[in-house]
Design a protein around this ligand. Structure first.
Ligand code: XUL
Ligand code: CO
Length: 439
């Protein structure tokens, strides 16, 4: 193992420490003080930050018009490159001081074309991870299977018309669940990579839904069989790579889970950029998941609002992130979940410093956002106004008015000659109130 190649990539980059809002240099946290206690809990334990291996270590900078721009010492196809990548990943985690990481199988081992060799490669890197995790104390937030990059998955994995692809996918998922379990992973994620369609002309929607449910049932059974105590998470996304992704948004995934009776077995991994693609706000998706008791974890990367596709950028908008964490705190926090970025530096951001500082800025935005959200909650004015808005429902007159069936209510409403008074929703005043917390 040529460790010097690793340290040369990040050479000159110091370990990032909390220096407070007045910090002079770039390589410092201004808001992320892991030990700061917010609402009775350490900031680190609220945020549960994770570096996403895929975009931070495996992204090469390609786009439809050009090849890789991000030359890394660990770029390359074989197991030696994979080991170097793992060493470098833990070097990045050390610099950032982040407590968790997450990965797809294909991020960490080479694609060999052989199921047996792919699994052997994953297991070998899993052993290296176990050793590095033991040495550093870094933990695994989640593992997942990449069932979308290789051409074998171009028509989906579980929803593929070819049963051999279903079997390949099942074998791959099993190996990823095994390694996640072995490493003490706290969740297992399922993003429906190419589970969707390009054209209805060749697609049997009903059959594909049954196939997806069959795979999910197998995953749930296997989780219980091996005694995996982590949370199973589905990550909704409405489009890209397929024109129509089946796991469109929180509401769609919830409907699917209810339809097949899996709603108590699975929670949701919600990504900011995916919410935007679905035409929702991020906080809408979080609030809905929270109200369904299904809020699991967060991919905090944002989209460019003009692009119309998934640009996976590090978050940099404090008010947006504050509103997101407000919903998280109201839902009782992230539980076994965490905050990962699933974000990539831009194609021209080729330096090691870009990669490190992309994370540093994002971490500070999250820290500041969470503290603002906590202040909003602690202050209580917003919640008091919301409660007041529905207060009529808690009054005893409402019970009397609404007892019985439609005819009973209707008769009472007519007899009382009801003339409900319109009341302001006070939106502008609430928005003004929210802005007062944002400084
Ligand atoms: C794809 C995406 C994935 C999932 C995990 O848009 O977000 O990285 O987070 O497969
Ligand atoms: Co994601």
């Amino acid at each position: 193992m040529d460790g010097t190649r690793v340290s040369r990539f990040f050479e000159g980059i110091p370990q990032i420490a909390y220096e407070g809002p007045g910090a002079e240099g770039e390589f410092a946290y201004r808001h992320y003080n892991p030990d700061e206690v917010v609402l009775g809990r350490r900031l680190e334990d609220h945020l549960r930050l994770a570096v996403a291996y895929w975009h931070s270590l495996a992204w090469t900078g390609t786009d439809p018009f050009g090849g890789p721009t991000l030359e890394r010492p660990w770029s390359g196809a074989g197991m030696e490159a994979a080991r170097l990548k793992a060493e470098s990943a833990f070097e990045l985690f050390r610099i950032l001081g982040t407590p968790y990481f997450c990965f797809h199988d294909a991020d960490v081992r080479p694609e060999t074309g052989s199921l047996r060799e792919n699994i052997a490669g994953l297991d070998e890197i899993g052993d290296l991870f176990a050793q590095k995790m033991e040495e550093t104390g870094v933990k695994l937030l989640w593992g997942t299977a990449n069932l979308f990059t290789d051409p074998r998955f171009m028509a989906g994995a579980a929803t593929n018309p070819d049963p051999e692809v279903f079997a390949w996918s099942a074998a791959t998922i099993r190996s990823c669940m095994d390694v996640t379990h072995r490493l003490g992973g706290e969740n297992y994620v399922m993003w429906g990579g190419r589970e969707g369609y390009e054209t209805l002309l060749n697609t049997d929607l009903g059959r594909e839904a049954d196939q997806a449910a069959r795979m999910l049932g197998l995953v749930i059974d296997y989780k219980h069989k091996i005694g995996f105590k982590g949370t199973l998470l589905i990550e909704p996304k409405p489009q890209e790579p397929t024109k129509h992704q089946y796991d469109y948004d929180v509401a769609t995934v919830h409907g699917f889970l209810k339809r097949y009776g899996f709603e108590d077995e699975v929670k949701l991994n919600i990504e900011q950029g995916h919410a935007i693609l679905a035409g929702h706000s991020f906080e809408h998706e979080l609030a809905l998941a929270g109200s369904l008791g299904m809020l699991g974890s967060i991919d905090m990367n944002r989209n460019d609002y003009q692009s119309g596709w998934d640009t996976d950028q590090f978050p940099n908008n404090v008010p947006e992130v504050a509103l997101a964490y407000y919903e998280v705190l109201k839902a009782g926090g992230l539980g076994t979940g965490g905050t990962n970025f699933d974000a990539r530096v831009r194609r021209q951001s080729i330096d090691a410093a870009d990669l490190v500082l992309g994370h540093v800025g994002a971490i500070d935005v999250c820290a500041k956002g969470l503290k603002i959200a906590a202040a909003m909650l602690e202050d209580g004015r917003l919640e008091a106004l919301r409660t007041e808005r529905y207060a009529g429902w808690d009054a005893p007159e409402a019970d009397g008015l609404l007892a019985g069936g439609l005819a009973d209510i209707g008769d009472r409403a007519v007899a009382a000659d009801l003339r409900p008074e319109p009341r302001s929703g006070r939106q502008e005043r609430l928005e003004n109130l929210v802005n007062r917390y944002m400084s």
